[in-house]
Structure formats: structure tokens, C-alpha cells
Design a protein around this ligand. Structure first.
Ligand code: N01
Length: 504
């Protein structure tokens, strides 16, 4: 996480750079490639990990896979005829990202194992001062591409620090810990947990799954591609694009139910109910796993092997809530103690309250955390935040999706970013900051659109909402609307000062 460290005056070995990109997941890497293609060479990517890949490098837990079909979950400029299945696994996606980075020759623009400690806007020089474990950087433009799901959220449970066995978060899987034959507890039943549970359910001696809220789960239409499909992806011109387009439009239809008229979610809920009943025969277990909110309110999950694993003899679904963790067990709210050797904490991420916000200081020295505390996690087109000049965001506020590929949204944002940087160069702009009134109007319209959605009205508590009760994570429309909105950088929404006028 980003500790709040004050940056002192730049050290002698400070590196100056035009654009500094923080993070090299799908977003940061894609931005690096697109900037290079646009002829921008003065940029550096700082990555705290030892490789590209972001969330697909970090989330290496057993069973990790994507719930968006492979052909849509790829860059449009790097389609991949090699996908082996309709829904790709984490190792395959990670390999894909690595191969894209290699092929586009941007790795020499990266500094790995470089942890950004703070980024501070310096008004007098109109530059960002970025402090890292590998020295100081001064940059005209900073691009935050750290991702929304990068900071693990650990549950605040009494006694958890005193647990003597193995304990780790789903996104920080300890591959040295062999769970074979062990008694294991998984806390959480979100997208990560429902993949982990079946992946370890047969090898552990006993598994306790701690469910706070039962999720809606749909069948997973996953399968290996046939030889003929492989040949077609590779050699039939346009075939992969056609598949991609088909998947794209099928997914877009869900927006009608999710964002505009939740009544259209009913058929999906019916399908999920049927799936549950077909996979679980035991009436008590059925009752326990039946969700109590409208489908889509929380992220819809897909799995064919989660319910069958819950029904196994060596697996218990615990729904009484956790009272405390002891040195070697978990005590539920009803007073039952279950002894265990290991705990997998699959409790999600800090999204609207990411600790990274505390280390970014804009105008008047106010941190992004302070600004968001006041306004909620708001921005303009997910790309800029008033008070933070010359800073652009990828996967910023309200750019997430509950139904389709984040890579599509990321590419829209990258288009906008590259056009912004070209505009800054073209007009020799020294500083640029989104106008507060434009940002406010943008968010007013966005929240108005959100007010009809299933996320706001579906009767659940989800990580999509911030503490002000606003949904500041998702895009409430069709993704092509976002693509249109970000096609060109709209200079008129920003206040800019020419380089020649700086300090005048
Ligand atoms: O995290 P989550 P995740 N005590 O926040 C429970 C993406 N993703 O890592 O629902 C007990 O969804 C919490 O309970 P509740 C995807 O966007 C994609 O699983 O808050 N339980 C919930 O059950 C996804 O949405 C893929 O009541 C506690 C769980 O922990 C996002 O990542 C795969 C608790 C957290 O679920 C995050 O998914 C994986 C506590 N104190 C992830 N605190 C695919 O593409 C939390 N919980 C397939």
C-alpha cells in the first residue's frame, strides 16, 4: 500500500520524464504501447511487481479464471488466436499479457519492483514529484493505472492476527503452503472464493466456507476450443473479430436490465435459480445458498462446480457469522468452534477507499483521499479529477463493468489519454485540470442514470457503492456510449495554461 510519505525536495539523482505511468496491468501496459505507437517516447512505467500483468499476475490462486469470454477479454490491437478455451484461465491470460508486452517492445520502458510511495503536485514548477523506493522522479504528467482491485481488503475480525496456522488473502496466494490434507477455512463467497472452493475442495481434508451473503451464480459456458475453431481463429480472416463482435453485443443487452429496467433481469434470475436447484438437492443447503437480493445488484458469478463442491461430505457452508478467530480455529456467532490449519481470506479489495489515494497530493497539498472523503470517488469520464492537474486515471471512477470486458473500457480510456497527451503537445500546454463545474455536471447526470439501476435498487450491499451511498465504480450505460464519450479529448472541459504563461 501507499504510505503517506512527504516528498522532500528532489534529490540530486532525480529522473525527469514527460509522462510517468504507474502500474503495468492491462491499463498501464496498453497505455505504454499506444503512446509508443503515437510517437511518444518520453515516458516511463513504474511497476511495483516484478513483471507486467497487474491483477492477472497477482491473482494466481487455484482455479483463477476470467468470467468474460476470452475473445472479448483481449486488446483489440492484439487479438489472440491461441486462446485454448472460451473462458481463459489466469495462467493463460498472464502469458498473453507478457507476450503482448514482449511483442510491442515496451519492457525497456518499465522499472519493475518500483513501489510508488507518494506523488505530489508542485505548483511552482508545474510538475509532479514522485517518490519511490527506487528514487525520485519529476514528471509533467502522471497516469495512475494502478487498477481498482489491487489493494486487498482484510476483515477486521477479533483475534485474526493471533491465528497460528497459514493465513493469506486470495490475491496473495502462498504457493509454498501445501493445503493437501489440511483443514481449511475460506472466508467470503465472492468471485474469487467460488473459484477457490472447487479448486481446493477435493485435496483438503475438510473445508469450511464462511458465507456472509449468498451470491447469484449462473452456469459457466466454458469449454475447450476444437481443432477446427483453432484453425478458423488463425487462418480465417475476420473470424475472431466476428466472434468478438457477437460476444460483445450479447453482453451489451444485459445493460438494459442492469442499468435501465431491472425487470429485464428476471429471466437471468430465473436461470440462476434453476441452476441452484439442479445442482443442490439438499433442502437446507438450498435455503442457505438462495440469495436475498435481486440478481445483478452484486456482481453475477458463473460456476459449474461451486455448488457441487458445497454439497461434498468434507465441506461445510457456515452462515452463522464469525465471532472471533483463535490461535487454531474460528468461533462462529453461535459459539461453535471449528478447528483449522489454514485460512484463505477471500474478502475482496479496497475499491472506493483504496489506500493508494492517501499518497497522491494535488493542489494545496490535499490528498486524493481527502478529496474523495468529501466528494466520494468522483471524476470526469473516469480520466481526471478536479484539483489534480496533469494527472490522468485509467480505470478511474465509474469505469467498471458488471457485464462485459474491462479491456474494452480500458482501451476507451487509453484513446482519451493518448489524445489528451497529443493535445497538450500540440498547444504546448503547461498545466491542465478538469473544470469542477464540468465534473459536477458529469457526476450529476451519471448518478441520475444510476438511480434506476439494479445496483442501487436491488436490495444488496456491494463494493460498487461508496460511503456516500453513490455507485462510483460502474459505468451506468452501454459501453459504446463510453467509447463515444472518450473518442476525443474534450479540451473545453479543462482549464489549461500554456507553458509560456506558466509563472507569468
Ligand atoms: O471479492 P468480493 P472477490 N466477514 O468483494 C465477504 C473481480 N473478480 O475477490 O457479500 C465475512 O466480490 C463478502 O461478503 P458480502 C470481480 O469484479 C473477477 O471475490 O460483502 N465475509 C464477499 O462474499 C469481483 O467482483 C473474477 O456480505 C466477508 C467476499 O467476502 C472482484 O474481483 C474472479 C467479510 C468478498 O467478495 C472482487 O471479487 C475474481 C467479513 N469481514 C475476482 N468481508 C473473474 O473474472 C468481506 N466478506 C471470475
Amino acid at each position: 500500500s501507499l504510505p503517506v510519505t512527504d516528498t522532500s525536495a528532489p534529490a540530486a539523482d532525480t529522473r525527469h520524464v514527460g509522462t510517468l505511468i504507474i502500474g503495468s496491468g492491462f491499463a498501464g501496459l496498453g497505455a505504454a504501447i499506444k503512446l509508443a505507437q503515437a510517437g511518444v517516447t518520453d515516458y516511463v512505467v513504474l511497476e511495483r511487481g516484478n513483471d507486467v500483468g497487474g491483477t492477472w499476475r497477482d491473482n494466481s490462486y487455484p482455479g483463477a479464471a476470467c468470467d468474460v469470454p476470452s475473445h472479448l477479454y483481449s486488446y483489440s490491437f492484439a487479438l489472440n488466436p491461441e486462446w485454448t478455451r472460451s473462458f481463459s484461465t489466469q495462467p493463460e491470460i498472464y502469458k498473453y499479457i507478457q507476450s503482448v508486452a514482449n511483442r510491442h517492445k515496451v519492457l525497456d520502458k518499465h522499472i519493475f519492483d518500483c513501489d510508488v510511495l507518494s506523488a505530489r503536485w508542485d505548483e511552482s514548477s508545474a510538475q509532479w514529484h514522485v517518490s519511490t523506493n527506487k528514487g525520485e522522479f519529476v514528471a509533467k504528467i502522471v497516469v495512475s493505472a494502478v487498477g481498482a482491485l489491487c489493494e486487498p481488503s482484510l476483515p477486521d475480525i477479533k483475534g485474526i492476527d493471533g491465528f497460528k496456522g497459514e493465513i493469506f488473502h486470495s490475491s496473495r496466494w502462498n504457493h509454498d503452503a501445501d493445503l493437501t490434507g489440511k483443514r481449511v477455512a475460506v472466508i467470503g463467497t465472492g468471485a474469487s472464493a467460488i473459484q477457490i472452493v472447487p479448486a481446493i475442495g477435493k485435496k483438503v481434508s475438510h473445508l469450511d466456507v464462511y458465507q456472509r451473503t449468498a451470491p447469484w451464480i449462473l452456469p459457466r459456458a466454458d469449454r475447450e476450443y476444437t481443432k477446427i475453431e483453432h484453425l478458423a481463429f488463425k487462418y480465417l480472416p475476420g473470424f475472431q473479430k466476428l466472434c468478438r463482435t457477437g460476444i460483445y453485443w450479447m453482453r451489451e443487452t444485459q445493460v438494459v436490465g442492469l442499468a435501465k429496467a431491472p425487470v429485464f433481469m428476471k429471466p437471468l434470475q430465473f436461470a440462476a435459480e434453476r441452476h441452484l436447484k439442479a445442482q443442490i438437492k439438499d433442502k437446507d443447503l438450498r435455503k442457505k445458498v438462495m440469495p436475498n437480493f435481486q440478481i445483478g445488484c452484486k456482481r453475477m458469478l458463473i460456476s459449474n462446480n461451486y455448488f457441487p463442491t458445497l454439497a461434498q461430505d468434507n465441506v461445510d457452508l457456515v452462515t452463522e457469522g464469525i465471532e472471533e478467530v483463535t490461535a487454531n480455529g474460528i468461533v462462529s456467532k453461535t459459539g461453535t468452534t471449528r478447528e483449522i490449519d489454514a485460512i484463505v481470506v477471500a474478502t475482496g479489495f479496497h475499491v472506493t477507499d483504496s489506500p493508494t489515494f492517501a499518497g497522491i497530493f494535488g493542489k494545496d497539498g490535499r490528498s486524493l483521499a481527502e478529496v474523495f472523503e468529501e466528494t466520494g470517488m468522483q471524476g470526469y469520464k473516469g480520466a481526471a479529477v478536479a484539483n489534480f492537474p496533469n494527472m490522468f486515471f485509467l480505470v478511474g471512477p465509474n469505469t467498471g463493468l458488471g457485464h462485459s470486458s474491462m479491456v474494452f473500457m480500458i482501451e476507451s480510456q487509453i484513446n482519451y489519454l493518448v489524445d489528451a497527451i497529443a493535445t497538450i503537445d500540440k498547444y504546448d500546454i503547461g498545466t491542465i485540470e478538469v473544470r469542477k463545474d464540468k465534473q459536477d455536471k458529469y457526476n450529476k447526470d451519471l448518478q441520475a442514470a444510476m438511480s434506476k439501476s439494479v445496483w442501487n435498487n436491488g436490495g444488496c450491499a456491494s463494493w460498487y457503492m461508496d460511503k456516500h451511498g453513490n455507485n462510483t465504480t460502474l459505468w451506468p450505460g452501454f459501453t459504446f456510449q463510453f467509447r463515444n464519450a472518450t473518442k476525443h479529448f474534450d479540451l473545453a472541459a479543462y482549464r489549461s495554461v500554456a507553458t509560456s504563461d506558466l509563472g507569468a
